[in-house]
Design a protein around this ligand. Sequence first.
Ligand code: ADP
Length: 253
Amino acid sequence: DVTLRYIDHTSSELSMIGSAYNLTRVRQLEQMQRDFVGNVSHELKTPVTSLIGFTETLLDGAMEDKELTRQFLEIMQRDAKRLEHLIQEILQLSRGRDTYEGENQEINLKNFLEDLTKSYISQIQEKELQVEISSTSTSKPCFSTKPALFQPIVKNLFENAIQYSKEKGKIELHFSIDETSLTLSIKDNGIGIDLENQKRIFERFYRVDKARTRYSGGTGLGLSIVKNYVDLLGGTIELNSQVGVGTEFVVKL
Ligand code: ADP
């Protein structure tokens, strides 16, 4: 009898704690959603306002000046590209939330990383970067995973490595595969991230230096997509970084 009453007491208390916890969590999620919508609206509005402004100026007569028209069109093209990039990333984020997974497929890591490097060749050459691909696997460089999630992870990390590298910097892509897991390291010797910011860079829209990264076309969504997809694949991501020395992201699946 005593035991039964004890159990009753505990379970009702537990369920009270449970519902209080749920309520707090629901409120937190609602707040996060509001912040997200606010951020998205702000980020979308900036380039749209700029596009409308330049279109109006052109229509109001600036079009007569050929050189000015060219300058304006270049800015408009940059804004339109920024919008395209942003929309693409927002779609990727929502895809992650719907737990979209797709089918498992075998990926040849060596080929994949070589193709990825080739697709960024103009940025790599422009900054005179050196990209090194290496592996310590003894077996075939193949790993079975969901490409729809895996590819954007590596692409985003590689894009950042290029973006935050200094001129003539070096990017090292290293992987090892065994029967059950893949470890992939993406390492640069670029600007690095200080400890305070390391805690926050996986948050949506978080950028270390807003003005600078906005200028370079960043949205602050890349790493939150990466984190989301790594979670969906049941993996982990680790960050080692030091200001002025460089940054390494290690993905384990
Ligand atoms: P962004 O679109 O701004 O690159 P991310 O979510 O991909 O957004 O990254 C968030 C921030 O983390 C970046 O703005 C940058 O400040 C920092 N960051 C990411 N990767 C690196 C890196 N390899 N080296 C230095 N800083 C980085």
